[in-house]
Ligand binder design. Structure first.
Ligand SMILES: NC(=O)c1ccc[n+]([C@@H]2O[C@H](COP(=O)([O-])OP(=O)(O)OC[C@H]3O[C@@H](n4cnc5c(N)ncnc54)[C@H](O)[C@@H]3O)[C@@H](O)[C@H]2O)c1
Ligand SMILES: O=C[C@H](O)CS(=O)(=O)O
Length: 492
């Protein structure tokens, strides 16, 4: 086995981690071409695993396996599918520490956050285990005396999933759970940076009794080739993607010939607005969570902080005080609140955004440079005097940088907040009820956090508008993306 002892020695159950891909119930140690790729710990740069570097042929075989398995899985009752998902939920919770250890070592986030992600991912498995029994249809009064109209909802079929590195368990669980609950089968291609979390989910799904072929994991560095197989193979009925808008656009184009059913959870550029009447201390707490969770590497992170003039200086001072208390370090170190960035490209983007802002007049109130530890560690940063001509206003920073913009009026800040092609998450702090309704209705986003910086939950519909994607994940709406509606017209 190529898994490092540094990882194996941390696990209560070392059999939870594997360096093998999963196709049709078979654990595959090497791809057809015999190529492999390394998974490294972003905190240390150490190699923690070597995985099969698969290509279209293996992806095609996984699709074939899913196509066969799905027919049988769809004939199970919702209750039978629910029982498997409930068992998987119980296994995820029982093994949460090990799953979090695997996640922290391959992605870098602090262990406490990784544990939170595992329980968050498990909550989707629990939720859709319950929803599996509630895929209801309709009867409709006939349009003619002899007609009886029935609407049924059936599973889409074979679903391909491509997921990002920043939440390697939860972003997959958020797709796997509704798909399997509905009676679909799935082929997953996790990010090459963090494949171990997807594979450990597959290990537990097998232990929960999920039949062979219903869930497959293809590991690869060649994601464009795998993506082409997913979008061109006629057995694939839906592609669900979480990642950048740029890649989402590529996949949408590739799926066009097949009129591919798509679920797209894409990039964000969240505004975080603090009005004069806000509870400033609550707003600072909300900004800390919304900006610095996962070291700023989440799609719903506050990317632009707009603070009304009357409270700007107080908010900036209080935020800087809180940020200065953050501890940067290895995710397994006690008390660490910020781990490493995922790679050099991510660190370079953070540096580029700070340099651009400063060159155009912004000031570094705190941080602003790589952490003394070196490597991929960066100082949590607060910028003041930020203006709309700076890159941080238009691009997703995806790092621990809080750019503070000053504004005077409600109309001005709504215009600035909406002046982006993205429309995923948004946040604002205010206490006047009329203002709360005006601003919430005026913001062009799929999700609005009001007096809170943390909105992600399995019970609500997660997703965006504009170039942040289409479809919703979680909530009573989430299973709709994995079923097709069929109308039966019966003449009696
Ligand atoms: N909306 C959401 O729920 C959500 C959640 C997490 C991350 N994101 C977004 O994802 C981005 C960061 O994640 P990332 O860097 O992994 O994004 P990314 O788009 O670079 O990669 C995402 C996934 O797509 C794969 N991929 C890359 N190029 C591909 C191609 N040509 N064809 C097929 N697959 C391809 C990658 O291997 C990875 O598995 C940010 O923009 C973030 O906002 C969105
Ligand atoms: O990166 C975005 C994910 O959706 C994270 S979360 O769902 O907000 O936790």
């Amino acid at each position: 086995m190529s898994i490092s002892n540094a990882l194996l020695s941390k696990l209560k159950d070392p059999s939870l981690v594997t360096d093998k891909a999963l196709i049709g119930g078979d654990w595959i140690a090497a791809g057809d071409a015999g190529k492999t790729f390394e998974v490294t710990n972003p905190s240390t740069g150490d190699v923690i695993a070597v995985l099969p570097d698969m290509n279209r042929a293996e992806a095609s075989r996984a699709i074939d396996a899913a196509h066969v398995a799905q027919k049988v899985w769809a004939r199970k009752t919702g209750k039978e599918r629910a029982a498997v998902l409930r068992k998987l939920y119980d296994l995820m919770v029982a093994n949460a520490d090990d799953l979090a250890t695997i996640l922290t070592i391959e992605m870098g986030k602090p262990f406490a956050e990784a544990k939170g992600e595992i329980l968050y991912g498990a909550s989707y498995v629990e939720w859709f285990g319950e929803e599996a029994k509630r895929v209801y249809g309709d009867t409709i009064p006939g349009h003619q005396p002899d007609k009886r109209i029935i609407v049924i909802r059936q599973p889409v079929g074979v679903v391909a999933a491509i997921t990002p590195w920043n939440f390697p368990n939860a972003m997959l669980a958020r797709k796997f759970a509704p798909a399997v609950a509905a009676g679909c089968a799935m082929i997953s291609k996790p990010a090459a940076e963090t494949p171990l979390s997807a594979l450990s989910l597959a290990v537990l799904a097998e232990r929960a009794g999920l039949p062979a072929g219903v869930f497959n994991v293809v590991t690869s560095k060649d994601s464009p080739s795998i993506g082409k197989e997913f979008t061109e193979n006629e057995k694939v009925r839906k592609l669900t993607f979480t990642g950048s808008t740029e890649v989402g656009r590529i996949l949408m184009r590739q799926g066009a010939d097949q009129i591919m059913k798509l679920g797209l959870e894409l990039g964000g550029n969240a505004p975080f607005i603090v009005f004069d009447d806000a509870d400033i201390d609550a707003a600072v707490e909300g900004a800390m969570i919304s900006k610095y969770r996962n070291n700023g590497q989440t799609c719903v992170c506050a990317n632009r902080l707009y603070v009304q003039s009357g409270v700007y200086d107080a908010f900036a001072r209080k935020l800087a005080e809180k940020v200065s208390a953050m501890k940067v370090g290895d995710g397994f170190e006690a008390g660490v609140s910020a781990g490493p960035l995922i790679d050099r490209k991510a660190l370079a983007k953070v540096e580029e955004h700070i340099a651009d802002a400063v060159s155009k007049g912004a000031a570094v109130a705190l941080g602003g440079k790589p952490d003394a530890r070196g490597g991929l560690f960066f100082e949590p940063t607060v910028l003041t005097g930020v203006t709309r001509d700076m890159k941080v206003a238009r691009e997703e920073t995806f790092g621990p940088v809080a750019p503070l913009f000053r504004f005077d009026t409600e109309d001005e800040v709504i215009e600035m907040a909406n002046n982006t092609e993205f429309g995923l998450a948004s946040y604002f702090y205010a206490r006047d009820v009329s203002k709360i309704f005006r601003v919430a209705e005026a913001l062009e986003y799929g999700m609005v956090g009001i007096n809170t910086g943390l909105i992600s939950t399995e019970v609500a519909p997660f997703g965006g508008i504009k170039q942040s994607g289409q479809g919703r994940e979680g909530s009573k709406y989430g299973i709709d993306d994995y079923v097709e509606m069929k109308y039966l017209c019966l003449s009696i």
